[in-house]
Structures are given as C-alpha cells and as structure tokens.
Design a protein around this ligand. Structure first.
Ligand SMILES: [Zn+2]
Length: 224
C-alpha cells in the first residue's frame, strides 16, 4: 500500500514538472503572449480600482478609472502575424484574426499611394502592459506620470487584439503624411482613431492609435 502511495506521489511530481516545462516553452513562442490573468492583476479590486505592480498598490486615476476592459479568452490560434515588411524594425507583431486581413489591405493600399505605414505595436496582454510599467518605473518615472501617456494594465485597448499603434507612436506622428492618409482612408478598412483630438472621453490624443471596429461604409471595397 505504502509503495502505491509513494508511486502516486512520484508520478504527480513528474507530471507537475513536465507541465511547468511545457508552459515555459509555450510562453516563449509568443512575443506578447495571450496570458492576461496575471495573479497580481487579478487582485485589481473592482470597487477601488487599483493595480498592484511590484507589490506596490496604485490607484487608477481618471480618465482611466471606470473604463477597465475585459478581453475574451484568447488562444494562440486567434492571432496572426502582421507581415514583417509592415512592422517597425521587422518586429514580430500579432493581431487578432478578425482584423488581420483588413489591416494588411490597409497597409497595401497605403503603400500603393506611396505611404509606407509601419506598425509599432498591436496585441498586448495585460501582463505585457504591466511589463511596460515595470520598465518605466525602474527608470525612475512615477506611476502618476506614466498613466498620463500609457494606459494602466487592464485599461489598454490593445488587450482586445484589434488595436494598432503606427510608428512613431508619439506626437511626431500627427505631422506625418501617414497620419493624414489614415484620417482619409482608415475607415474604408474598418479602422477608427480611438482617441482623436478633443475626444469626449477626455483621453490624451493618440493620433497613432487605431482600432479595428469593422464599421465602415465601403467595407466591400477592401483592397482597392
Ligand atoms: Zn495604442
């Protein structure tokens, strides 16, 4: 009997080790892996709206407060790689399948007109968003300063897998032909500027940030 118990415990330990190893391998396959239920983020209290980073508790300020986004359960197969010729520095960037074809069509149409849009970021898990904060905090920035420009983990539209940041994702983008082209053509491909200048949500203006909503008048003309 004792031998059976020992054997059972041994098998369980081996199984746990194998599972941990497989999980570790899996997470390395994906640049911004769809794992967003980070234990510390799960501690985010709905009422108080706080986020815990490096054991430090931060209160979510306006305009983010009250606007937490919940992403559906994603699987690796839900995402597709954006062709690297259209990404900044050839980075491997993923977007949700539903938005992929429209984005590629948009990028190709721009290219035909001599506008070479580059994607700097698309899908970002809560865990990935949190790593951005960790990096910036480590550089001495304060949480209050960071949230003036970057959405807190759980509040970024990038968690939905349909949002895209074009390069450069900063104020210089507003002066580029890329920005003008997107304003004139983005909607044809189902993309909308989420936070336009003077937006009613009172979020900071992000001319580089576009989200695929699929809503447009000329959706059937994709790729023209
Ligand atoms: Zn963005």
């Amino acid at each position: 009997m004792k031998r059976y118990i020992q054997c059972g415990i041994f098998s369980s330990v081996i199984l746990i080790l194998v599972c941990s190893f497989l999980q570790a391998c899996k997470s390395r396959l994906f640049v911004s892996q769809p794992v967003y239920q980070h234990p510390e983020i799960m501690e985010l209290k709905e009422q108080q709206e706080v986020v815990i980073i490096n054991s430090e508790t931060y209160t979510i300020p306006p305009p983010w407060k009250g606007n937490r986004l919940t992403a559906p359960e994603f699987d690796y197969s839900d995402f597709r790689l954006i062709p690297v010729k259209y990404t900044h520095n050839g980075s491997k960037i993923y977007i949700l399948n539903t938005a992929h074809q429209s984005l590629v069509s948009l990028l190709q149409a721009a290219e035909k007109e001599g506008v070479f849009l580059k994607v700097e970021s698309a899908y970002r898990s809560e865990t990935y968003q949190k790593s951005i904060f960790k990096r910036m905090l480590a550089k001495g920035r304060t949480f209050d300063d960071i949230v003036r420009y970057v959405a807190p983990p759980g509040y970024s539209q990038h968690v939905l897998g349909t949002a895209v940041d074009f390069f450069p994702s900063n104020w210089r983008f507003a002066d580029k032909i890329d920005c003008t082209w997107l304003k004139e053509n983005g909607r044809r491909f189902g993309f909308e500027e989420t936070y336009p200048q003077f937006n009613p949500m009172k979020r900071p203006w992000e001319p580089w940030h576009w989200n695929f909503t699929g809503k447009n008048d000329e959706f059937v003309n994709l790729g023209k």
